[in-house]
Design a protein around this ligand. Structure first.
Ligand code: SAH
Length: 341
């Protein structure tokens, strides 16, 4: 059976044509899938009953099962989804004022090996398909009341998005198309560990998604330890590729920096980071570490975060300190999966 969420936009049109149905049926079906709370083909009440049955016999819709659903007091909700092959992934809905942001995964596990991160502790299992990526968007969207819509997407869940660009791009196309979820590309952010070749490819793809690059260290010696994949390229080509993406897309870049107590949060780290980012039209997102069971890293004291931030601000760097949302439901991606493994 074909997956109805397979982002091949022609798939549904082709089927509708082949069934000798008027083409507006495809648009109706898409509206049910992407702009309603419908859960099954049977719910598509403006379609003839016969057509609903045909759809159900020809297409698979949900291939995942919700294995756990957690809610935090601040409105954050997290789903642990079990895929058809039994593997598990996580995705999160965050509520912030009017914003309804979802954080989605692109791989089962992760191959990048960042030493402080829960997602990569067991390496990578496989890439998610485009349909599995879209399915996370739909499952999270259906947690909202009927009069609310998803407004933002961050690709900051499990996995390295740029290691699965082939499946991510079609899924994000669906997210941003009017006939899909209709979320402007400017409200979609891809977070990468920093893979220069793939970043270059993204620049050439002429897309206008926001790019966030995970730095975590301002020199290669420290970054090699924290983000082992750094040994393959070093920082310079990553910054160059990020600059190229900015040139091509016009979208402001974000650099992410997880603050690990006593590791990368010292005065000299802040000064070096300021030097690296000075003159770059980028936002620096400081993320106090969210502790992972079994790992030795610690969240810095609030005063340390404050002092680190001040040193950067004084040097003209545009910073933002990420507030923690949903930490009590293990909303830092990759953590829920471990507690339920
Ligand atoms: N592979 C992508 C997406 C990872 S998740 C990337 O590397 O950017 C998004 C961000 O969360 C990354 O910057 C990642 O390093 C960071 N992160 C991972 N584990 C974390 C933790 N326990 N606490 C805080 N940030 C974490």
């Amino acid at each position: 059976m074909q997956h109805i969420l397979d982002p091949d936009t022609q798939l549904l049109d082709a089927w509708v044509t082949q069934q000798r149905l008027p083409i507006f049926r495809a648009a109706q079906i898409r509206r049910w899938i992407y702009a309603s709370q419908a859960e099954s083909f049977a719910d598509m009440t403006n379609l003839p009953l016969e057509l609903r049955k045909e759809l159900a016999s020809h297409f698979q819709w949900w291939t995942t099962r919700t294995a756990a659903h957690q809610k935090a007091e601040d409105g954050t909700e997290k789903l642990l989804l079990e895929l058809a092959d039994g593997k598990k992934i996580e995705c999160v809905l965050l509520r912030d004022g009017e914003r309804r942001t979802i954080c989605i995964s692109t791989q089962v596990g992760c191959a990048m090996g960042c030493v402080f991160c829960a997602s990569g502790l067991d390496g990578v299992d496989r890439n998610l398909t485009s349909g599995e990526i879209v399915e996370q968007m739909l499952r999270l969207g259906r947690l909202l009341p009927a009069d609310e819509r998803l407004s933002h997407i961050v690709v900051m869940g499990m996995g390295e998005p740029l290691a699965n660009l082939v499946n991510l791009m079609p899924a994000l196309a669906i997210a941003s198309q009017q006939e899909g979820l209709g979320i402007s590309p400017r409200r979609i952010t891809i977070s990468t560990v920093g893979l220069p070749t793939a970043m270059q490819r993204l620049a050439e793809a002429a897309v206008s998604y926001n790019l966030a690059v995970s730095l975590h260290a301002a020199n290669d010696a420290l970054r090699n330890k924290l983000v082992p994949v750094n040994t393959k390229s070093g920082l310079t080509p990553i910054l160059t590729a990020a600059d190229a993406y900015f040139e091509a897309s016009g979208r402001r870049l974000t650099y992410e920096y997880v603050l690990l107590g006593g590791v990368n949060d010292r005065r000299e780290d802040a000064l070096q980071l300021a030097g690296l980012l000075r003159g770059r039209p980028a936002l620096l997102n400081l993320i106090p570490y969210n502790p992972v069971a079994g790992l030795p890293y610690k969240t810095p004291a609030a005063e340390t975060v404050e002092a680190f931030s001040s040193l950067l601000t004084e040097r003209g760097i545009n910073i933002q300190v990420r507030r923690r949302k949903g930490s009590r439901i293990d909303a830092a991606c990759g953590q829920l999966r471990r507690t339920k493994a």
